[in-house]
Design a protein around this ligand. Structure first.
Ligand code: ARG
Length: 470
């Protein structure tokens, strides 16, 4: 087709079409205003394809040189904002190809030999997403490092650990933060794992059935850094499971961020008063002068809904699509782009915010003292004195009941009072009843003792060290 024809999409397909598309349908079917974001991957893919066509003798060396020159100019035009994106040309692929042909003539028209937009777009999205997954990996490392730093500074700080949001047992604040590091470490692992399945080359599948040209698919894969080539053309042009998988991993990541957000918000409220966030992550109120609101974690919690929504969108998009390519798949891009943008911004901002948390150890400890957080320790103490655990549990429940009635902590009950619950109780019980004693006692792998927190900090440091994602 001539440049002129490509310019007028109504006639672009073939002589088969006898009426032009309405403006509304044009707008409805076009994707250029969002998929132009894929331009770099599109050009990269085209250059690798052209290089292979030339190596296979399917286009001449002169054509290849012309294509390379034209693409260099197009790159410059796009980067400088001079490139004219046309709705009439539907998508990023046709826009770039049309401009290439305008610049270099017939060589441009030969680029599409043995290729379809179906395998082209699948290649572009994979190339682009692979790069984004790598960036997300780096950002996840940064966030984990920031949390590990705060955890180390707070290895000895006592926080009331909750279950059912009721004070349960004292934990080290550092231990609590490292729980999130574990979650983010698994998120990073998921990214590394799904990257392998993104990193397969669809080019060569053409529209759906492969192509009759003797393409060297392995060569293109090598040029583009793909780990392998797809093995079934119908599958390669049509499935977007890699995008769904990525969005699922992104959703889980955001769920972890959202849980952390919820805690930051609670901890910063006056009722808890455990932490303060730096002013630059908060906003004030237009009516209540005293307010400082944790907008950033609130928004992150909210944006989690948005990313999970994209997962629902993408997975539903796939459902019910017969093989092979269907235009439905054009709808994969906006949710995917928005997921990536939301994720990257959130990770960046959380790494900064974590580094700027002000911890209020006294408030945390005060809250831990209020909730009879060492009751289990007293029960364990009695077990070590020979009582069966169930009996010890019962004895301590009585002691707690009386302490609540008297408005004191277990550690404030005099020894003779405690001995009335069980004569085996001795002076050394007060060490057991202290928050710090409770913390130090949990000195096993995975436990909250500060010594364990420090060991975990060291392990994470080593793991996160200079190593970045592939
Ligand atoms: N813009 C399209 C997409 O995003 C490119 C592939 C179009 N292929 C086609 N046969 N119409 O999926």
């Amino acid at each position: 087709m001539s440049t002129n024809q490509l310019d007028k999409k109504s006639q672009a397909w073939s002589a088969l079409f006898s009426e032009p598309m309405s403006e509304l349908v044009k707008r409805y079917t076009a994707s250029v205003f969002f998929d132009k974001r894929l331009w770099k991957a599109d050009i990269q893919g085209s250059l690798a394809h052209a290089d292979m066509l030339a190596a296979q003798g399917l286009i001449s060396a002169t054509d290849l040189a012309a294509i390379q020159k034209g693409m260099a100019q197009i790159t410059a035009e796009i980067e400088s904002g001079q490139f004219e994106w046309k709705l009439d040309l539907e998508d990023v692929h046709l826009n770039i190809e049309a401009r290439l042909t305008q610049l270099v003539g017939d060589a441009g028209k030969r680029l599409h030999t043995g290729r379809s937009r179906n395998d082209q777009v699948a290649t572009d999205v994979r190339l682009w997403l692979r790069g984004e997954v790598d960036e997300i990996g780096v950002l996840l490392t940064e966030l984990q490092k920031a949390l590990v730093d705060v955890a180390e500074q707070n290895a000895d700080v006592i926080l009331p650990g909750f279950t059912h949001l009721q004070v349960a047992q004292p934990v080290a604040f550092g231990h609590h933060l490292l729980a999130y590091v574990e979650m983010f470490a698994r998120d990073a692992e998921r990214m590394v794992d799904l990257r392998r399945r993104i990193n397969r080359l669809p080019l060569g599948s053409a529209a759906l059935a492969g192509t009759s040209y003797p393409l060297d698919r392995e060569r293109v894969a090598r040029t583009l850094g793909f780990e392998g080539v797809s093995q079934n053309s119908l599958d390669a042009v049509s499935d977007r499971d890699f995008a769904i998988e990525f969005t699922a991993a992104a959703s889980l990541l955001m769920v972890h961020v959202s849980r952390l957000s919820e805690e930051l918000i609670l901890w910063m409220s006056q009722s808890f008063g455990f932490i303060d966030l730096a002013d630059r992550f908060c906003t004030g109120s237009s009516i209540m002068p005293q307010k400082k609101n944790p907008d950033v974690p609130e928004l992150a919690r909210g944006k989690t809904g948005r990313v999970v929504g994209h997962l629902m969108g993408l997975i539903t998009l796939m459902k019910g699509q017969p093989l092979a390519y269907n235009k439905d798949n054009q709808e994969d891009k906006e949710p995917l782009f928005d997921t990536v943008d939301t994720l990257k911004d959130t990770l960046r901002i959380f790494a900064e915010m974590a580094a700027g948390i002000t911890v209020k150890p006294e408030a945390m400890e005060r809250a831990a003292k209020k909730g009879y957080a060492t009751a289990t320790d007293l029960a364990d103490y009695l077990v070590k004195k020979g009582l069966p655990f169930r009996d010890a549990h019962e004895v301590v429940a009585h002691a707690v009941k009386d302490a609540i009635a008297a408005g004191v902590d277990l550690s404030e009950l005099p020894l003779d009072k405690l001995q009335a619950y069980n004569p085996a109780i001795e002076q050394d019980v007060y060490e057991v009843l202290s928050l710090r004693g409770s913390l130090n006692a949990r000195n096993l792998l995975g436990g909250t003792a500060p010594a364990q927190v420090r060991a975990q900090v060291a392990r994470h440091r080593q793991r996160l060290g200079g190593v970045t994602q592939p």
